[in-house]
Design a protein around this ligand. Structure first.
Ligand code: ADP
Ligand code: NI
Length: 218
């Protein structure tokens, strides 16, 4: 199999697993992350092959989407070997997708990622900020019956993974303070950091306008 066919195989695996997802991790998110992984690879002068494959596969073993994570890992591992990926490439891909999620950063100390991992994590996290980040937060918050905003409820900080997933007192606006505004400074690659500068300003402008309108000041 050539690289193009292997990329196609990775895509088809994800379509089979996430094609019907309604949690905000559907193929639209995946396709954006793939496009961004290509852009970041070009900016960082890295061969896009593994970043693109890992970007396609990055949510297929996510704790929110699969019940048995080790079975999901094994299935993907076998699929890649059966589709002509070398053992070394399989190890790189599995390492990336096991270690890039935001939730993972809450219960782990320092995370060591390969350059491929850094590109895919940056691409995934860029999809959580800017206009897309605003849209996804509202979409997720609505799906989980979060309040839009409540000035009495203060943003939470230094959350554990369990606290992050506990939405009892969560509001959509607090999610910006709790997570989204901090992502920019945790990006790895210079190419992603440059893209994040603009997206950060889009979120700050949105929040400023939101609070003004909330207080009948705009
Ligand atoms: P990851 O898969 O990297 O761990 P999440 O599953 O936590 O990321 O988030 C998926 C999307 O849903 C992101 O855009 C994120 O900002 C948004 N999201 C996660 N938690 C909340 C929340 N409590 N309120 C609103 N949006 C959220
Ligand atoms: Ni993702």
């Amino acid at each position: 199999m050539n690289h193009q066919e292997q990329i196609e195989a990775a895509k088809q695996y994800t379509v089979a697993k996430l094609g019907k997802d309604k949690t905000g991790h559907g193929m639209d998110h995946i396709n954006r992350v793939v496009r961004m992984a290509r852009r970041l690879s070009a900016g960082e002068q890295v061969d896009p092959f593994l970043p693109v494959v890992a970007a396609y596969l990055h949510d297929t073993i996510d704790e929110k989407l699969v019940t048995n994570i080790s079975a999901a890992k094994q299935e993907l591992h076998d699929y890649l070997l059966n589709n002509g990926f070398s053992a070394e490439d399989v190890a790189t891909i599995m390492d990336v997708i096991a270690n890039i999620s935001f939730a993972h950063t809450l219960d782990q100390g320092e995370i060591h990622l390969s350059l491929v991992g850094k590109i895919v994590r940056d691409a995934d996290w860029l999809d959580a900020i800017g206009a897309l980040g605003i849209t996804r937060a509202i979409y997720y918050g609505g799906a989980h019956h979060e309040k839009i905003y409540d000035p009495q409820i203060k943003p939470r900080h230094n959350m554990s993974r369990a606290e992050y997933r506990n939405l009892d007192d969560e509001t959509i606006i607090n999610h910006f303070d709790e997570k989204l505004l901090g992502l920019k400074d945790k990006l790895f690659t210079p190419t992603a950091k440059a893209i994040a500068t603009h997206r950060q300003q889009v979120m700050l402008n949105f929040l400023d306008e939101f609070h003004k309108e909330w207080n009948a000041e705009a």
